[in-house]
Design a protein around this ligand. Structure first.
Ligand SMILES: C[S@@+](CC[C@H](N)C(=O)[O-])C[C@H]1O[C@@H](n2cnc3c(N)ncnc32)[C@H](O)[C@@H]1O
Length: 156
């Protein structure tokens, strides 16, 4: 089984434990611009968009948007049932569903924004996932991903 096999990924994210280790490593060793401010600056939300966060983990990103006043519908999906459970327990005002990036439970052209933060490197068929994001986005909708560059954490 490869590292990106869905069963392997689901097992890795069955609980928050491994994710917290990843986040702590990013916080400790990342260099360059502050990620959240850069991400927010690129997204330029007006607060009313219907936004889907794919691979949402514990849902902190859509939870943060709701807490700071986003009024549009916010949805997070994740492959891992454990992450969806965590997200539902800790974030309010956000819908969470278990779903895979390449089979989203949305009709065509229904979303304003899709985000995929630190998750595309887990997806075995990135092209299929990108096609799925495009399918659910309205014409003119926006997609923003965060992923690692080839020199990421070279210092480490
Ligand atoms: C490194 S975590 C990032 C969590 C969150 N986006 C963040 O930035 O903190 C990667 C997440 O992607 C999820 N994931 C991996 N492959 C997925 C897929 N094919 N579809 C949906 N979620 C997936 C994992 O279960 C995990 O919660």
């Amino acid at each position: 089984m490869t590292a990106n096999h869905p069963a392997e990924v689901a097992a890795q994210y069955a609980t928050e434990q491994h994710l917290r280790t990843r986040i702590d490593t990013h916080v400790r060793y990342s260099v360059g611009p502050e990620l959240e401010a850069t991400f927010d600056g690129l997204l330029r939300l007006n607060g009313q968009e219907i936004l889907l966060d794919v691979g949402t983990g514990p849902g902190e990103f859509p939870g943060r948007l709701r807490a700071r006043g986003h009024t549009g519908r916010l949805v997070g999906v994740d492959l891992s049932a454990g992450m969806v459970e965590q997200a539902r327990a800790h974030q309010s005002g956000v819908e969470f569903m278990q779903a895979s990036a390449d089979a989203l439970p949305f009709a065509d052209a229904t979303l304003d924004v899709v985000t995929a933060r630190h998750m595309l490197y887990h997806v075995p068929d990135v092209t299929a996932a990108l096609k799925e994001f495009r399918r659910v986005l309205k014409p003119g909708g926006r997609f923003l991903a965060v992923t690692n560059s080839s020199t990421y954490m070279a210092e480490l």
